[in-house]
Design a protein around this ligand. Structure first.
Ligand code: NAD
Length: 348
């Protein structure tokens, strides 16, 4: 069976998910919905991606001599599942206006409220809960990274008493020239907890987590400083073993490999030839991993532009009932070129 996929919203997330869908066997990218005939539209067409738009915007594309293959309704009528990657809140509107009336399965992104979907999804944490569902929300970049980290220990049988995470958020994505801050540290928000903790609990309801966040003038990655408290002692060595074998988590061996900053993590991804320099994995800084009795401390980098891409692919497989959790995670990782060496794809 080949699952026909359409993407509405071709920005930071949408274009990456589009490329990922095109690389998966068993999936076909029928097309993407664009609103403007800009350079991204032109590049998409040059790559062989079919563009669809709103009826009243077809003329704009014709004027710009960019080929449009049809209207959004035509696209939605010809697919099995839509991946909505529009800005925060637009997905919910699209659900009410389009996807529900058309009885279409839809995947939403983390900028939507949890209520938009039947399940808030992270592949390591709750793949099975999305099996056969009609509406699934792939949680945000920060929530994805925290959910993976917590799941790694839960999957390995550890009992977590509480998680406290301090999030230094990038101010904007590299392409967002109108956003900031450019010279500030912004309380994001000033209230505690920030929304990230409660959002993790939409995926892992049993976890006791509180988060605080600020935004800073960088576009590269978010940085998490995480403190986890376990029922019982944990050693640094045990924690490293857990993280080493959990898929989608990479240990950056800091001092011996000369990683001193997140810029170098991004440079690593560029150097090894990752598309767009994407880091799909949690980038855990190995030197930061410190254990003290039943507490663990660590730092991780989160590449906001790409970390949710593998989860969008797994969400398609889960909703369509194509395969089981670990087969899906393994397949996605292999095709997208995540680091699979020493990873265990047969965990609990
Ligand atoms: P983006 O602004 O880069 O891209 C959104 C695209 O959707 C833009 O091209 C915009 O023109 C288009 N669009 C807007 N309204 C539309 C409509 N009605 N129909 C079709 N296209 C429309 O946004 P993004 O960063 O890719 O974010 C998309 C979603 O992913 C949001 O929910 C966001 O919270 C979430 N997310 C973003 C990041 C990130 O760091 N960028 C990380 C994880 C999750």
């Amino acid at each position: 069976m080949v699952v026909k996929v359409g993407i509405v919203g071709y920005g930071t997330i949408g274009k990456r998910v589009a490329d990922a869908v095109r690389r998966m066997d068993g999936m076909e990218l029928v097309g993407v919905v664009k609103q403007n005939p800009d350079y991204e539209s032109e590049v998409a067409v040059s790559k062989g991606i079919r563009l669809y738009t709103y009826e009243d915007k077809v003329g704009k594309f014709e004027k710009a001599r960019i080929k449009v293959s049809g209207t959004i309704n035509e696209l939605l009528r010809s697919i099995d599942v839509v991946i909505d990657a529009t800005p925060d809140g637009v997905g919910a509107e699209n659900k009410a206006k389009l996807y529900e009336p058309m009885k279409l399965r839809a995947i939403f992104q983390g900028g939507e409220e949890a209520e938009v979907a039947e399940v808030s999804f992270n592949a390591l944490a709750n793949y099975d809960m999305a099996v056969g569902k009609r509406f699934v929300r792939v949680v945000s970049c920060n929530t994805t990274a925290l959910s993976r980290l917590i799941s790694a220990f839960l999957i390995h049988g550890y009992r977590i008493r509480r998680v406290r995470a301090y999030i230094v958020r990038r101010g904007a994505d590299p392409r967002e020239f109108k956003k900031g801050p450019i010279n500030d540290v912004v309380f994001n928000p000033a209230t505690v907890p920030s929304h990230h903790g409660p959002d993790v609990m939409t995926v892992i309801p049993s976890v006791n987590i509180i988060t605080m966040a600020v935004a800073v003038p960088t576009t590269m990655m978010h940085l998490h400083m995480v403190n986890m408290e376990f029922d019982g002692q944990i050693s640094r060595g045990e924690a490293i073993k857990v993280l080493e074998e959990t898929p989608r988590i990479l240990l950056f061996n800091a001092s011996s490999k000369k990683f001193e900053s997140l810029a170098q993590v991004i440079e690593w991804a560029r150097d090894i030839g990752r598309p767009r320099g994407d880091v799909f994995e949690n980038a855990v800084i190995e030197d930061s991993i410190t254990a003290s009795q039943n507490e663990l401390f660590l730092m991780q980098g989160v590449h906001q532009e790409s970390i949710v891409v593998p989860e969008n692919i797994d969400a398609v497989r889960a909703m369509m009932g194509l395969t089981d959790k670990w087969s899906s995670i393994r397949k996605t990782d292999e095709v997208l070129g995540l680091i699979t060496t020493n990873k265990n794809y047969a965990l609990a």
